[in-house]
Design a binder for this molecule. Structure first.
Ligand SMILES: [Zn+2]
Ligand SMILES: [Zn+2]
Length: 133
């Protein structure tokens, strides 16, 4: 089950990519939406074709995919036990990690809990070395 943050991330990604957006609650239904700019809270507003529900995804700043080096920096912070904060909005990042116990390779996905910017990094965490002296 995706977390709420992961769900919003995927909805925003599909929206910005111009792809059909599947409703998380109604299999087979799609969401249509628009980007709404307001003075204080830009957001994506989505409406389901089947249910009457609407979804609002905050988008200030706007979602982006982090660069590889930025994501590697997150892995390094994680290794050091440092807080992982979004480069764009300084909010807390949610971390998902799947480790392969045989190879030691871990598949990380980091998602901002505020703007839903995200990045993925696959490798051995001890080899993340961006910014090392
Ligand atoms: Zn729906
Ligand atoms: Zn953010």
């Amino acid at each position: 089950m995706p977390t709420e943050v992961e769900q919003s991330r995927e909805l925003a990604r599909a929206f910005w990519a111009g792809k059909p957006i599947a409703c998380p609650r109604h299999p087979g239904a799609t969401l249509t939406g628009s980007f709404v700019q307001t003075t204080f809270a830009d957001h994506i507003f989505l409406t389901c074709s089947r249910g009457k529900e609407t979804l609002t995804i905050p988008q200030r700043p706007k979602q982006m995919e982090f660069y590889d080096q930025q994501v590697e920096g997150f892995v390094e912070n994680l290794q050091r036990g440092d807080a992982i904060l979004c480069y764009r909005c300084q909010a807390k990042m949610e971390t998902a990690a799947k480790e392969n116990p045989e190879t030691g390779v871990t598949d990380y996905t980091f998602t901002c809990t505020r703007c839903f910017s995200w990045g993925r990094w696959v490798g051995k965490p001890e080899l993340a070395k961006i910014g090392k002296d």
